[in-house]
Design a protein around this ligand. Structure first.
Ligand code: NAD
Ligand code: TDX
Length: 352
């Protein structure tokens, strides 16, 4: 198949593209604006493949989107391009509305025009797969899980913009008959994760001898999924998922933030001990909470398991060990980001 991946230079998009080029016969066109979060070196492992192409463009630019669709003629649009960081959405929500809401609207309109121009057989194969988040469901207490029918209750500018885009995608399915798929996934982690997010930020700051900032009391819970498992889920959904359906994707790996930070410190203590004999946990510092900080997210992933046979392959302990070792072995990848784009400073705290 030919698969157009928006946001393919990002964390999850690049994992999907590396998987599709390395483990399938599919052809891939990455469509990416290369914002601060777009990192071309994440695609270096597949850049020389004849089945891989790249175009630098904005999803808000309807003409560029139409050109990419008509030139590449994809069977699948995997739409991952988004502003993705909750803290940045607190500081500057406008970009989130532009890219996540208006950008998704442009993608839908252009995909619909392209779809209508296909013959019947090609229409039957076409899928518009929208990649979204569990944050649209809001925040859980100690009990319960998000299912595909949980009511939407987004609470941050980021999750509100993703919720809006999910609604647009489903509306284009119901109203215009565009064959859409939606996936809502929990927190991803793994190699090539941009250093603004908790796990890479903690690894890098630990290695640099800096404080490890834990928001609030560190009891907030996230359900962690290794990014390659998410890429495998996305492939299962656009290859075998039923049009119009939503699938929740999660890692069955709920951890409090403080447990995540301590787990990273534990791996580092074993693999790269501090030279002064102290443990990395000495660097943990509780800091002012994120404004509107959601307490707990947790996914019930039984639908994708039962219907498409997908399961996460890694435990959190295996995944975090692998991830810490990847950051130790790939300092060139993240040092370049620290030097040129973002140096792990606090974001999103000013409005608390
Ligand atoms: P990311 O921030 O790492 O990457 C986003 C990519 O989109 C970047 O390459 C960026 O250059 C590109 N992009 C941004 N604005 C664009 C625009 N206007 N036009 C074209 N390209 C643009 O994000 P990620 O963590 O890889 O997330 C990918 C998708 O998955 C997002 O839609 C996000 O909401 C969703 N998601 C993320 C997670 C997570 O834990 N990271 C979990 C669930 C869902
Ligand atoms: O320095 C930090 N200290 C800290 O305690 C950072 C950056 C975060 N945190 C906390 C906030 C969250 O409770 O750690 C948790 C994880 O934070 P992030 O890595 O910013 O992720 P989160 O806000 O949970 O959102 C992520 O998962 C869902 C992605 O960024 C989203 O794109 C995805 O939709």
């Amino acid at each position: 198949m030919r698969i157009l991946v928006t946001g393919g230079a990002g964390f999850i998009g690049s994992a999907l593209v590396r998987r599709l080029i390395e483990h399938t016969d599919h052809e891939v066109l990455v469509y990416d604006k290369l914002t601060y979060a777009g990192v071309l070196s994440s695609l270096e492992p597949v850049a020389s493949s004849p089945r891989y192409r790249f175009v630098q463009a904005d999803i808000i630019d309807a003409e560029s989107v139409a050109r990419a669709l008509n030139d590449f003629k994809p069977q699948v649009v995997a739409h991952l391009a988004a502003e993705s960081h909750v803290d940045r959405s607190i500081d500057g929500p406008g970009e989130f509305v532009q890219t996540n809401v208006v950008g998704t609207f442009v993608m839908l309109q252009q995909a619909l025009g392209y779809y209508r121009g296909l013959n019947e057989a090609d229409q039957a194969c076409f899928r518009f797969h929208h990649i979204s988040t569990d944050e649209v469901f809001g925040s859980l207490g100690d009990e319960g899980l998000f299912t595909e029918t949980t009511a939407y209750d987004p609470r941050s500018p980021y999750s509100a913009s993703k919720a809006a885009s999910d609604h647009l995608v489903r509306a284009w399915g119901h109203t215009y008959g565009l064959p859409v798929l939606v996936t809502n996934c929990s927190n991803n982690y793994g190699p090539y994760h941009f250093p603004e997010k908790l796990i890479p930020l903690i690894i890098i700051r630990a290695l640099n001898g800096e404080q490890l900032p834990v928001y609030g009391d560190g009891t907030n819970v996230r359900d962690w999924l290794f990014v390659d498992d998410h890429a495998r889920a996305l492939q299962a959904v656009f290859e075998r998922g039923a049009p119009g359906e939503t699938y929740n994707v999660g890692g069955n790996a709920e951890r409090k933030n403080i447990e995540v930070v301590r787990a990273i410190c534990g791996v580092l203590d074993a693999v790269r001990p501090r030279t002064d004999g102290q443990g990395y946990a000495e660097q943990i510092t509780y800091v002012a909470d994120r404004p509107g900080h959601d307490q707990r997210y947790a996914i019930d992933a039984s639908k994708i398991s039962t219907e498409l046979g997908w399961e996460p392959s890694k435990t959190f302990e295996e995944g975090i060990d692998l991830t810490v070792r990847w950051y130790l072995d790939n300092q060139v990848w993240w040092q370049d980001i620290l030097d040129s784009r973002y140096a792990t400073q606090r974001l999103g705290a000013a409005h608390g």
